[in-house]
Design a protein around this ligand. Structure first.
Ligand code: NAD
Length: 487
């Protein structure tokens, strides 16, 4: 297990010698200690990335792509090891880590590996005698700050397009979950990424994160995390007017209409909120049920929630693991009281499971709470296996409730009426909508939000634009002074 900082192609201790304890959320035991990056370590990493930038941007795009493709292969070859690390560190059930986290990480690097040499410019039809072309150029050193909920996968979402486009990277993993990122750095070295192209600086937000976001030589910060931290990042960016891309919180509305196929909607809605213990920005955390089908839907949905098998994430039969940290578990549990204080009703869950084998871990039972759309639990991101249920009478009311939060990231619709599906999808204030499905993602499809969910898009061709800027070049074709010059 790698537990040092990765700077300039080498694993090194932090300047201060400080370390961070990495906790196994299954039983709160210490897995290992990892070097803690502080401001001077971030400075070293930015220097290494700056030094590597000129050669990396000049490397043939196909060659950058080839390294990303090799990395995707290496991730698959080490898939079981990466899945176990991710499961140990985050609490993801190992079956999810094997089926989703690792394959999606490889697929994302592979997509951007293929994209590297397809980033074309434009030729613009301007006045006669002039050729105007626009080429897309990398930004330089990019700082990337990621949270703890999908640490491995987010490395690919962030680094894939940045590297394909010719930028060099300093990535700060969350202080809670640095293990898979450090292993990834090692694999990158093994497949041949030049020293300094990627640097990993695990550390706290107030030390390493703030330095990266204020650093004068960092051209852009791509941030995934809470809305509160996102606001700070925008303030930090003012020092050198660096670009900012923000993937922030969400409060996804998941709407079940009276004509939905109920068994499909029940299963899909459970995945929407309980996958990864609800620790997903796009989680369907507000369930809106048409009043005609609310009772029959809830009976099945509550039954399914109660049957989910909680357990040690390394057990392949576990369906739901612990939350990723004790602090976060306490925060999620605190929302049960918030709900009750506002007149909400806990239909199931809202507490730690009885199983003594899980007593020291960060476990919470799948929790379903009946609440009014304006209640705090329906407006604030809880980020756990905690779903609110409200009812509606018609499409207009469903839409008004769906659009009643300040977030706008993901949302779901369950209906067999095609016109309704298109109408609602168009009217919902949300970066992504799933119809008769939830939480589908692909490296080829843009991902991101609006409102307090942030701005900018990851994945797809959009992401390549986010990591490049347009340069417009004018050629006077016959090299003569045009007749309309004064002399
Ligand atoms: P967080 O904002 O506390 O931390 C995210 C990252 O920012 C961590 O690496 C942290 O160390 C760093 N950080 C914290 N304070 C900082 C500061 N002052 N300066 C610079 N960096 C700082 O968020 P979290 O609790 O780790 O993650 C959960 C949040 O992430 C949720 O709100 C969730 O919705 C959001 N999220 C969004 C997306 C998306 O794509 N929209 C995806 C996953 C998670």
């Amino acid at each position: 297990m790698r537990n040092q900082l990765f700077i300039g192609g080498e694993f090194v201790d932090s300047v201060s010698g400080a370390t961070i304890e990495v906790i196994n959320p299954h039983d709160c035991s210490v897995i290992t200690e990892v070097a803690e990056a502080r401001a001077d370590d971030v400075d070293r990493a930015v220097d290494a990335a700056s030094a590597a930038f000129p050669a990396w941007r000049k490397l043939a795009a196909a060659e950058r792509g080839r390294l990303l493709l090799k990395l995707a292969d290496a991730i698959e070859a080490h898939g079981e090891e990466l899945a176990q690390l991710e499961s140990l560190d985050t609490g993801h059930p190992i079956s999810d880590a094997r089926k989703l986290d690792v394959p999606r990480t490889a697929a994302c690097f592979r997509y951007f590996g293929g994209m590297a040499d397809k980033l074309q410019g434009d030729v613009i039809p301007v006045e006669p005698g002039f050729l105007n072309y626009v080429q897309r150029e990398p930004l330089g050193v990019v700082g990337q700050i990621v949270p703890w909920n999908f640490p491995l996968m987010f490395c690919s979402w962030k680094m894939g397009p940045a590297l394909a486009a010719g930028n060099t990277v300093v990535l700060k993993p969350s202080e809670l979950t640095p293990l898979s990122s450090l292993r990834l750095a090692e694999l990158m070295t093994e497949v041949g990424f030049p020293a300094g192209v990627v640097n990993m600086v695990p550390g706290f937000g107030a030390g390493a994160g703030e330095r990266l976001a204020t650093h004068p030589d960092v051209a852009k910060i791509a941030f995934t995390g809470s809305t509160a931290t996102g606001r700070r990042i925008v303030e930090y960016s003012a020092s050198n007017l660096k670009r900012v891309q923000l993937e922030l919180g969400g409060k996804g509305a998941n709407i079940v209409f009276e004509d939905a196929i109920i068994p499909a909607a029940v299963g899909g809605s459970a995945f929407a909120i309980f996958h990864n213990q609800g620790q997903a920005c796009i989680a369907g955390s507000r369930l809106l049920l048409h009043e005609k089908i609310a009772d029959q839907f809830l009976e099945r949905f509550v039954g399914l929630a109660k049957s989910i098998k909680l357990g040690n994430p390394l057990d392949p039969t576990t369906e739901m693991g612990p939350l990723t940290s004790p602090m976060h578990r306490d925060r999620v549990i605190s929302y049960v009281k918030v709900a009750i204080d506002e007149g909400g009703e806990v239909i199931t869950g809202g507490r730690a499971p009885d199983d003594p084998a899980l007593a020291n871990g960060c476990y919470i039972e799948p929790t379903i709470v009946r609440a009014k759309p304006g209640d705090r639990v329906c407006q604030e991101e809880v980020f756990g296996p905690f779903v609110t249920v409200s009812t509606f009478a018609d499409d207009d009311e469903a839409l008004a409730i769906a659009n009643s939060t300040d977030y706008g990231l993901g949302g779901g619709l369950w209906t067999q009426n095609l016109s309704r599906a298109h109408r609602m999808a168009g009217a919902m204030r949300s970066g992504m909508i799933w119809v008769n499905s939830y939480k589908r993602v692909s490296p080829a499809s843009p991902f991101g939000g609006t409102g307090l969910s942030g701005y900018g898009r990851e994945m797809g061709f959009e992401a390549m634009r986010e990591y490049t800027e347009a340069k417009s070049i004018w050629i006077n074709v016959d090299a003569q002074i045009p007749p309309w010059y004064p002399r």
